[in-house]
Design a protein around this ligand. Sequence first.
Ligand code: GDP
Length: 194
Amino acid sequence: INYQLAKFVTSNAKAEQVAPSVRPEISFVGRSNVGKSSLMNKIFRRKDLVKVGGTPGKTRQINFFNVGDVDFVDLPGYGYAKVSKAEMDAWRPLIEGYFTQDRKYALCVLLVDIRHDASPLDVQMIEFLQANEIPFMIAFTKSDKLGTNKRRQQVASLCRQLAVAGDVVVVPCSSHSGDGVDDIRTLIEDAVAQ
Ligand code: GDP
């Protein structure tokens, strides 16, 4: 994948507006503020192709990026506490709508902050992805915030909380230090090559 080709394609506020999929798609999903935009920019080797720290209301869209033969999909962050109930639930039809279409789902990267306990929404998201047979991996973000031992402990603890078995690939990563980012790029390449 030649990330120099990465370009923004479009934003959709409704799942029904999303164009049919023509290339393998790599999607990114996780709680608001988990570090999704930062990680996508890091993978793209770009500073701000994906808007970092966007105001919650404005990020309730599905954003598409194209990188040559692969499309990247930035799904809305879920579970942000500081917005209205209506806004808080706006992500659900978008995410669920996107994942229940007839698309080329190559890999979903589910992001979970390595410092915090998993939220019930993270558990639900995994159950939803499994029920819909969407291939996924878990990226534990912001690994630079923890020391080596604590990092290892949190990975084990989060895997228990998320009830993921050994067959789910988990990668601690950091957009700041670059930890794990090459591993994620490799997993993306493998998923696209399948
Ligand atoms: P998003 O809402 O999931 O797209 O999250 P952002 O990428 O906008 O990041 C949310 C906040 O977390 C910002 O203040 C980032 O600077 C910070 N952040 C993102 N990734 C990392 C990381 O790898 N390490 C650290 N320490 N902070 C991060």
